[in-house]
Design a protein around this ligand. Structure first.
Ligand SMILES: [Zn+2]
Length: 472
């Protein structure tokens, strides 16, 4: 063993037995044992807008190139269509209903924080000897909900993406190399409002379009970053006479944002390797996708259709194969146990097993994959996919609606098979019920923390992202 931290989860209490000098005090970990890690979260990036995931546009040459040097997971399901629960599932290995970190709900102030007895990825890495840092956009990942746990250094700023990368570059020069280093980098760049800078602006959009979205873009593009969150409002707000050309413009503008983001991700990875060495581990994902009227909505609110849950996942680094594409479906909820297994760190209690065996060519039977968004009181969306079928259940003010889709034949989820396949519906609903009951047991074992109240500033920032209180 390389360290002496023992984790014991017992009746809701996590006992930490540290053999070194306090948290992170393991004396046997060293740079030789554990790779530096760059974990990149590109908020609201749907997989199919990257060229390596099949987009017809060359939006992502840098990410494509990085993916070719490692492993690209072709079918990745987000745990949620909302920033907070999805990231917390990735950080803990538990479903949204189990960890109970919910979408921001303005004014209602029902906002459980993560249970003190559930460890997070940065905490586990720090206990293993890592120095840890996070660079995030403000708004969706509040430290008070549990996202601050385990970080030695945190920077949460609204800023242009290239400036955030430059800030990372400056910070990296101050980090010594005597310990392994973990950096979590999160950006809302591909979240609305889409404001790609020159020369990306205009690359894909129709130059003749002069509708409402162009007006909104132009007004926001001139807003100083210091005033940005006050001014940007709800960029994707719909209007009654919205046309296909309007939606097309928003969708093309999104692609321009993806292209700009791609170049900055490439730059970030170059800088990280220059400062920390070539043997670093790179992990890129998105917390959820984005809808462009596939199911009568823009953005990513209040459902779990395919355009909101299909996200990218790329792993590159020592001990990982180069050029591998994994076809088997995986969930981001399983990333924590996978990383722990890959790093040789002790496993912790999670709802999903590591998917590391897929990289070793093992035959792994397809297990159900779950996603959830909402709350237990008034509105909950749940989905499960297994054996090529995907079932979505919506519970809204006590009313329940169930849909069933053939994932292989109908990837856009347009033809509801609910009436045609009652036996499959029953089987899938039983899976959803079982997973819901499992979440209840986990919540009883790991009670969420005290409710917190959104501060005025947090409310304004979240509101600026276009969230109205129902969903994020
Ligand atoms: Zn998000």
């Amino acid at each position: 063993m390389r360290f002496t931290v023992v984790l014991v989860a017992l009746q809701g209490t996590l006992l930490l037995a540290c053999g070194g000098e306090g948290v992170g005090g393991s004396t046997e970990s060293s740079r030789d044992d554990l790779p530096d890690i760059l974990l990149v979260s590109l908020d609201t990036l749907r997989a199919d807008r990257l060229s390596c995931y099949g987009h017809e546009r060359e939006t992502s040459p840098r990410i494509d190139e990085i993916a070719e040097s490692g492993v690209r997971f072709d079918e990745v399901h987000a745990p949620s269509s909302n920033t907070k629960p999805s990231h917390m599932s990735l950080f803990t290995g538990f479903d949204p209903l189990a960890h109970d970190v919910r979408p921001v709900k303005l004014k209602a102030v029902i906002r459980p924080a993560l249970s003190a007895s559930i460890p997070t990825l940065p905490e586990l890495l720090r206990e293993a000897g890592y120095r840890t840092a996070s660079f995030t956009d403000r708004g969706g990942l509040p430290p008070s909900a549990g996202f601050g746990r385990g970080f030695d250094h945190q920077r949460a700023e609204w800023e242009e993406l290239d400036k955030k990368v430059a800030a990372v570059s400056r910070y990296l020069r101050t980090v010594d190399t005597d310990r392994p280093f973990f950096l979590f980098f999160h950006t809302y760049e591909t979240h609305a409002p889409y404001l790609p800078p020159e020369p990306f602006r205009g690359e894909y959009t129709d130059p003749d379009y002069d509708g409402e979205f162009l007006t909104r873009y132009t007004e926001l593009a001139g807003t100083p970053m210091s005033e940005f969150w006050r001014e940007k409002g709800r960029f994707l707000r719909t209007w009654p006479e919205m046309t296909d050309a309007d939606v097309r413009f928003a969708s093309d503008l999104y692609d321009e944002e993806v292209a700009w983001t791609d170049r900055q991700v490439g730059r970030l990875w170059d800088i990280f390797r220059r400062e920390r060495g070539e043997d670093a581990l790179f992990v890129l994902f998105s917390d959820h996708g984005e809808a462009f009227f596939e199911h009568e909505r823009l953005g990513h609110q209040r459902n779990l259709y395919a355009e909101l849950v299909r996200v990218p996942l790329i792993l590159v680094g020592p001990g990982l194969p180069a050029g591998l594409i994994v076809d088997e479906p995986v969930t981001l909820t399983a990333l924590l146990p996978t990383l722990l297994a890959h790093l040789g760190l002790p496993a912790v209690e999670t709802q999903e097993p590591s998917f590391l065996p897929l990289l070793e060519g093992a035959e792994v039977p397809g297990a159900p994959i779950y996603s959830q968004v909402g709350n237990r009181e008034s509105e909950l969306h749940e989905s499960v996919i297994v054996d090529g079928l995907r079932c979505l259940r919506t519970t809204l003010d006590g009313e329940v609606a169930v849909e069933l889709f053939d994932w292989n034949a109908d990837a856009g989820e347009e033809v509801d098979l609910f009436a045609e396949r009652p036996d499959d519906v029953r089987r899938m609903v039983a899976l959803l019920d079982g997973r819901r009951a499992e979440a209840e047991r986990i919540r009883a074992l790991h009670p969420p923390g005290e409710e917190e109240t959104a501060t005025g500033e947090e409310e304004r920032e979240i509101s600026a992202l276009g969230y109205t209180g129902d969903d994020e």
